[in-house]
Design a protein around this ligand. Sequence first.
Ligand code: BGC
Length: 515
Amino acid sequence: MAPAIAVGGGDMPVFEGRITVYVVACVIIAAFGGLMFGYDIGISGGVTAMDDFLERFFPRVYEKKKHAHEDNYCKYDNQFLQLFTSCLYLAALIASFVASRVCSKQGRRPTMQIASFFFLVGVVLTSAAFHISMLILGRLALGIGVGFANQAVPLFLSELAPAKIRGALNISFQLFITIGIFIANMVNYAMSNVHPYGWRLSLAIAGVPALFLCVGSMSICETPTSLIERGRLEEGRVVLQRIRGVANVDNEFDSIVHACEMANQVTKPFSKLMKRSSRPPLVIAILLQVFQQFTGINAIMFYAPVLFQTVGFGSEASLLSAVITGLVNVFSTLVSVYAVDKAGRRALLLEAVVQMFITQSIIGIILAIWLKPTGSLNKVEAIIVVVLVCVFVMGFAWSWGPLGWLIPSETFPLETRTAGFAFAVSTNMLFTFLVAQAFLSMLCNMKAGIFFFFAAWIVVMGLFAMFLLPETKGVPVDAVTERVWKQHWFWKRFMDEEDVKPAAKAPSGIHPHLT
Ligand code: BGC
């Protein structure tokens, strides 16, 4: 059975309840899963730029780096070094399929507990590593943690949040990711001067949020939806009363029961997802993730310090620059929280396409003209590159970053939403893996051309957003089939009558649910 979660729509009836302290506490604890994910994204680039770390585990890269004048673009090109960063996403990709079952059969809370357990194992293995195999094993354990957390946390947040703040809460997950990346950047900056074990401390500090998630996840509740869908109706009601802070939760309770009944009817959401009528949201969910990664964002998030060293900054200045881009990332995400329901999804995505295309292209031009395989940029040119990277990150952070997650969560009809979202998560992990694994080699082979490669993809995604991506701002989630897909000039052809079950209508006074 597909798990059912409650989500909000534009014209949603109001349920009784308030935003209780307990809900806020649960949400913050769960969002630490996102913070862990962000920390892992941000930490590896800085650590792989630290000499002590390289000397110990990647002596050949270290030697090459010392003779940097050999070739600027190829300083760090080493498959094992990239594997250190990327294997986490491969583990997460596989783990997310297991996690989706655990999440559905055992609940969100145990899934998060399992995530925090793997996070802790990963932190111990990586920070205490004395051999490269221990490092890789540790990153794999962290990846399993990410797979479990990314499956459970967004569901948990959606199900726990009062309907009226559900949209903003969805983007809060991304906000915590960016905070995690930023903290990792700062930690790397602080640890770069701690010899010889700064890198160990950088990796060990991940233990703080992991421990917090571990202890915290014991004190949070299971979501009412998860309890009810597993037949624990009365427990579900009690939890609902507790999180809403009112005794009368009948309407919301009924609506969750209704959603769970609907979920029960679709016994094979994955086969339903393969039907022609599911094509539009499925294609869009997958392409959004592919495009999100082909903006080149993670080339910057993972390797910013490495990239900044490539353009000629010293080790410390590079880490500082990464701190600055991390900060820009956090604050620009806040713009999205504010603008997404006002300006709409398409406006943000299209504006960002222009911004990201221009910045990637100019970075490419500057490097192509001034950064030769030997020598480095002068100070002004290098600073211009950092500013351009910041403007690029800004564009991503208020558009393709959060919306890559938000849109797939609101465009699937009731019966395939969770299964469809699982596709979005795994596609994200797969393409994150590919970028992480390939970027340094691509930089070495394509040199400045790599930035034109990303710029070209940005043009493609711009055309996609312009012609194929419908606007979903303000459309109730259960009306997307009727009001979006059936009206769209291209996607309506997939909506032949016999294949499309009308979107399930929630009884009046009951808000839409997703299964
Ligand atoms: C992406 C990550 C990326 C992060 C940057 C997320 O939406 O999925 O891959 O590193 O944004 O803030």
